[in-house]
Design a protein around this ligand. Structure first.
Ligand code: BTN
Length: 243
């Protein structure tokens, strides 16, 4: 599947995921991409909001259609595409993945993914927010220690032309999404395991804690509990409990 055609851009909209869901419901073809310069109601995982200064991030939603049982590992495949796109744009950067689908550089969040799927209608909207050119001072104070942007991570000056930088990122991500949405399970799992930022780290989630031990064949997080039991976490979010 190829992404990037058709491609609709809004200078300002509430959420690219919302725009693309509407287009999908109206019959938009698989591969449709929506980008925005700025979102007024960007959506994050777990009902949170997602904010980015205007023009500083790639705010992108891509329509996977058909979407079916072959895509069980889509939540792992998408961040792999984001890692590769970021590394294509800044080859000195090495990205890692944090289950379920964050992209990190040096332990700080570079990108987030929000997949909104309608299996009964055979489509999924893949939303990606990738920080490209955001100065640390432009991030909300509570995120300054936990988030980064691509040029900061690369130690590079901010891009002279932010718009061109965002467009290049959209093209790189579209290409990589095409590859990873079509990839087989083994390839996805192997690539994920190579980039896994949590393996061996102590983590906590809503009702437990333990040491992360990778993902199982269905993409669930495996955790070894303090009593030695191996648990699987299928949904939600985990937090690192120590540095
Ligand atoms: C997360 O919470 O980490 C996921 C954030 C996903 C944000 C992106 S920005 C483009 C797309 N449109 C949205 O409203 N959300 C996603």
């Amino acid at each position: 599947m190829e992404f990037g055609w058709p491609w609709r851009h809004w200078e300002r909209t509430d959420s690219t995921n919302v725009r693309l869901r509407e287009l999908a419901a109206a019959g938009a073809p698989g591969g449709t991409v929506v980008t925005a310069g700025e979102q007024t109601a960007g959506r994050g995982r777990q009902g949170r909001s997602w904010t980015a200064p205007a023009g500083g991030a790639l705010l992108c939603s891509a329509l996977l259609r058909p979407f079916d049982e072959r895509h069980e590992l889509l939540p792992l495949a998408v961040p792999l595409a984001v890692c590769e796109a970021a590394e294509e744009l800044e080859p000195s950067v090495r990205c890692a993945v944090k289950w379920p689908n964050d992209v990190l550089v040096d332990g700080r969040k570079l990108a987030g993914v929000l997949i909104e799927a309608r299996p009964q209608d055979g489509w999924a909207v893949i939303g990606v927010g990738l920080n490209l050119a955001i100065e640390p001072g432009e991030l909300p104070p509570e995120l300054r220690d936990r988030a980064t942007s691509l040029h900061t991570a690369a130690g590079a000056p901010p891009p002279a032309d932010r718009r061109a930088c965002v467009a290049a990122a959209a093209r790189a991500l579209s290409r990589r999404l095409g590859r990873w949405c079509a990839a087989g399970r083994e390839e996805i799992l192997a690539a994920w395991r190579e980039r896994d930022a949590l393996r061996g780290r102590e983590v906590a989630w809503s009702d437990g804690s333990g040491v992360a031990d990778g993902v199982d064949d269905r993409g669930r997080l495996v955790v070894v509990a303090p009593d030695g039991r191996r648990l699987v976490v299928g949904a939600g979010e985990v937090h690192l409990t120590r540095a």
